[in-house]
Design a protein around this ligand. Structure first.
Ligand code: IDP
Ligand code: MG
Length: 138
């Protein structure tokens, strides 16, 4: 069993998709260990996206992710890190397949931010780091 960290991003909350996303998690049978609504600060985002802060589009990520409240949580299950990434679909909704969260609930746009409804940790190391960052130790 492993844990992963997820976010329902501001576009997901704004578009009233929290229930639909949680529904998919429950139907899949994964356990929701933690669930909380938060307003994201730039300080936390800078650490969360430490590998992206130097990219030219990082300011667009900051304005997107701070544009409204998010729902954050921890999921538990067998192979949950990779399974949740598959449920999310490709980063760019233009490439995300139907049946995935991004492929069903988002679409590509011409502006600079990639609004794609959800986040999920990409490795056991990221999951541990992100759970500690957002929820504190243990
Ligand atoms: P992921 O969310 O699928 O793991 P990452 O490459 O880790 O994708 O990027 C983190 C987030 O940053 C993406 O989900 C998206 O919201 C945003 N992002 C990624 N690449 C771009 C880009 O080229 N332009 C604008 N935003 C981007
Ligand atoms: Mg990522």
């Amino acid at each position: 069993m492993e844990n992963t960290f997820f976010i329902i991003k501001p576009d997901g909350v704004r578009r009233l998709l929290v229930g639909s996303v949680i529904n998919r998690i429950e139907h899949r049978g994964f356990t929701i260990e933690k669930l909380e609504m938060r307003q994201v600060t730039k300080e936390v985002l800078d650490q969360h996206y430490a590998d992206l802060v130097d990219r030219p589009f990082y300011p667009d990520i900051v304005s997107y992710m701070t544009s409204g409240p998010v729902v954050i949580g921890v999921l538990r299950g067998s192979n949950i890190i990779s399974s949740w990434r598959k449920m999310m679909g490709a980063t760019n909704p233009t490439d995300a397949l139907p049946g995935t969260i991004r492929g069903d609930f988002a679409h590509g746009s011409d502006d600079d931010s990639v609004e794609n409804i959800v986040h999920g940790s990409d490795s056991p190391e990221s999951a541990a780091r992100e759970i500690t960052l957002w929820f504190g130790e243990n």
